[in-house]
Design a protein around this ligand. Structure first.
Ligand code: FAD
Ligand code: PYC
Length: 415
């Protein structure tokens, strides 16, 4: 929808009360063709692509809280596709390509900023491993470039290049198509577009159980009553294991808190995303001017959606070693999300052990960048009952066949 400058002024003078609702908020029907559990980015993208690519279905998204109130609204918004294995490169680059056209597709500005990501190498050993990773990524068709120390310095002059710096910089690599996007806008854009295609988006609706008849799902039980559905998609991130438990199976997943922080806003000082596996730190600057930075996983599994001080302290120490100029900034706020981590740090997409039920989970610390692809793949499964070729390697069956996709090292900073 487009607004004239005059209509924006009128809205301002009228107290912003006249905007149309971005998505409908209907009461749930008693029956749908497909129910999607979880109104984060993956659930909403699934609903949108199901309605758009496979029309004529009655679809509902059930969210126990509010849209994007889980990890989608808590993440640090980095998008990139620099993964080690061809299977991962295929899915994450498919997502990045969809992101590149998403504002137009949804008619909603997701504020994609392809400012590049820069991964630091702090030793000769780091650089040897990086050379190997970069070669693998180039073979996967990903736009990465190895950089020496002088090139890194030209890109980010604020980094600490002093002799004797604790984290010496020997070089790094960049993916220039990587960057950040506005997380809320991704959720809201998908919600608005899905609602316009007839999807019922129901907030405040917790799924508390499943009706399963002869090994097939027949519906869901919710705080708002029973809803019948022959197809159910699970997109519940840190609570995937809980939902699997309700359906009578287990997943090779553990849930952890992952935390992040922002500083007070300052003028533009950093025009790319800097990541450092050795310090366990990454940082970018938001459009508001805040430095958005974060950490690795908390050390123990938990369902508590809050971080702890030791991780915060370590990540701030790492950042200040690398960016001494940030020392005098004040910390504005810190928070955590509950992420679902698989044994091989790759997601699970595919049929669940219950007929008619499909999984999109295990994105762990890195699923924001994957939202368009995760949604596309789950929509394909819900519509056809079969894998899209890109999602096939991520089937749950890999944990029994042994064909794991171990991205622990290649997946980035937060593992
Ligand atoms: P969520 O957004 O968590 O949505 C799941 C939804 O399911 C929630 O809204 C929840 O309320 C709902 N739900 C759960 N149980 C039920 C139930 N029983 N009934 C109904 N609804 C239910 N990824 C990146 O790619 N780049 C990053 O820079 C990045 N940074 C991160 C930083 C932090 C601090 C965190 C926490 C995560 C980060 N991630 C990042 C990971 C990314 O946020 C997640 O992988 C991604 O958002 C998962 O999306 P989702 O839709 O699967 O999950
Ligand atoms: O996936 O790029 C990522 C990421 C960075 C921080 C958390 N996840």
């Amino acid at each position: 929808m487009r607004y004239s400058a005059l209509s924006l002024v009128r809205q301002g003078l009228a107290g912003q009360t006249g905007w149309p609702q971005a998505w409908r908020s209907p009461s749930p029907r008693s029956v749908y063709d497909a129910v999607i559990v979880g109104g984060g980015g993956h659930g909403l993208a699934t609903a949108y692509y199901l309605a758009k690519n496979h029309p004529r279905r009655r679809i509902a998204v059930l969210e126990k809280g509010w849209l994007g109130g889980g990890n989608t609204g808590r993440n640090t918004t980095i998008v990139r596709s620099n993964y080690f294995f061809p299977e991962s490169a295929a899915i994450y680059d498919f997502a990045l390509r969809l992101y590149e056209g998403l504002s137009q597709d949804l008619d909603y500005n997701i504020m994609l900023s392809q400012r590049g990501i820069l991964m630091m190498g702090h030793s000769e050993h780091d650089m040897e491993l990086m050379t190997r990773s970069v070669n693998a990524m180039l073979l996967n068709g990903i736009d990465v470039e190895l950089l020496d120390a002088a090139q890194v310095r030209a890109e980010v002059p604020l980094l600490n290049f002093e002799p004797g710096a604790r984290y010496e910089i020997h070089g790094g690599f960049t993916q220039r198509r990587g960057g950040i996007a506005r997380h809320d806008a991704v959720a809201w854009g998908y919600a608005r577009a899905a609602s316009a295609l007839g999807v019922d988006i129901i907030q405040g609706c917790e799924v508390t159980g499943f009706d399963i008849v002869d090994g097939r799902v027949a519906g869901v039980r919710t705080g708002l009553g029973r809803i019948a559905a022959g197809s159910v998609g699970l997109c519940a991130a840190g609570h995937s294991g809980v939902l699997a438990g309700m359906a009578g199976f287990t997943l090779p997943i553990q849930s952890y808190a992952l935390q992040a922080m922002v500083s007070e806003p300052v003028k533009p000082v950093l025009d790319t995303v800097v990541m450092s596996a050795a310090t366990g730190m990454y940082v970018s600057q938001s459009d508001k001017g805040e430095l958005v930075f974060g950490a690795g996983l908390d050390l123990y599994p938990s369902y508590a959606q809050r971080g702890n001080l030791p991780v915060e302290r370590d990540v701030i120490a790492g950042m200040l070693e690398m960016f001494p100029a940030f020392r005098r900034l004040k910390l504005l706020r810190a928070w955590a999300g509950l992420v679902d981590v698989c044994w091989d740090y790759s997601p699970i997409i595919g049929p669940a052990p219950v007929g008619g039920m499909y999984l999109n989970c295990g994105w762990g610390t890195g699923g924001f960048k994957a939202i368009p692809a995760g949604g596309w793949m789950l929509a394909h499964l819900l519509a056809t009952g079969r894998h899209h070729p890109i999602s096939a390697p991520f089937d749950l069956g890999r944990f029994t066949s042994g064909r794991l996709i171990d991205e622990a090292a290649g997946a980035g900073i937060a593992h």
